[in-house]
Design a protein around this ligand. Structure first.
Ligand code: DQA
Length: 257
């Protein structure tokens, strides 16, 4: 697995890294979530800004981002506007999505941004270009809340993200059967072993897929999402339990290799 280093965090080395989302609607709720996280052991903070009720006001977004950074200065901050098509909560317009991501990439406040790969190749490339010019990393993403696509589709989507220049390709899919969970894990292994030049993130959602959220050191997902106060997607495990399990599995993998 290749690695990416952000604020001294080596992604792709050791146990999978934990991303914790915050989903507050107001500045006060967000600050409360971040303060709570000050005493929690995790690796990357994700601000799911689609939940924020002032997301249309870029100055308000920057102001809150600054407060978050001041409260957690050493944690990489991932900025994510999840569109309603892929599990987000706010109606959106492509032009504002692009502008928001570009402005935040230039703000000096965030370390990573999430860009949905299916907004259009040229838009994705353009946002990635702006991010990279500002030393901001990009997670390209795709979410299917309805189903688990066939293995080849999953692999091809991850490859497309990588080809468009993303630093970390990510996919989340919904299982209906245990075979679906196996499909996601098989796609993860294939991507890693045959094509990946970057660390990848994969998960099968909901309770049925929760096993995929702890299985990264075996199948090759370099990061996983855990919940602190509030989950942002179905199946996320509690962050403390997640850290314990990931470390235990990683140690065991090393001993038996
Ligand atoms: O892309 C993802 C993954 C996710 O949907 C999950 O299933 O854990 C949670 C989201 O907050 C994040 O942006």
């Amino acid at each position: 697995m290749k690695t990416v280093t952000i604020k001294q965090l080596e992604i792709g080395v050791g146990a999978p890294k934990i991303i914790v989302p915050i989903v507050g609607k107001t500045q006060a709720e967000l600050i409360e979530e971040v303060q709570f996280l000050q005493s929690i052991d995790f690796d990357v903070l994700e601000w799911r800004v689609d939940h924020f009720n002032q997301v249309d006001d870029i100055q308000a977004v920057k102001q809150v981002a600054k407060k978050i950074v001041d409260l957690l200065p050493n944690k990489p901050l991932l900025f994510t506007f999840r569109t309603i098509n892929e599990g987000g909560v706010k109606p959106w317009a492509l032009s504002s999505y692009i502008q928001l991501n570009k402005e935040m990439a230039c703000s000096g406040l965030v370390d990573l941004i999430d860009v949905e790969v299916f907004i259009g190749d040229d838009y994705v490339k353009d946002i990635i270009d702006v991010a990279h010019k500002n030393q901001v990393f990009v997670i390209a993403s795709n979410h299917d809340f309805e189903k688990t696509p066939p293995k080849n589709d999953i692999v091809n989507r991850l490859r497309k993200m990588q080809d468009l220049g993303a630093d970390i390709p990510k996919i989340a899919v919904m299982p209906k059967t245990t075979d679906d969970v196996l499909t996601l894990l098989a796609a993860t292994t294939e991507m890693n072993e045959k094509y990946a030049i970057k660390p990848i993130i994969t998960m099968s959602m909901a309770g049925l897929g929760a096993i995929s959220r702890i299985a990264g050191s075996t199948f090759g997902s370099a990061m996983t999402f855990g919940a602190a106060k509030n989950a942002s997607a179905p199946g996320q495990l509690d962050v403390n339990q997640l850290r314990y399990i990931l470390e235990a599995l990683h140690q065991n993998n090393k001993l038996t290799q």
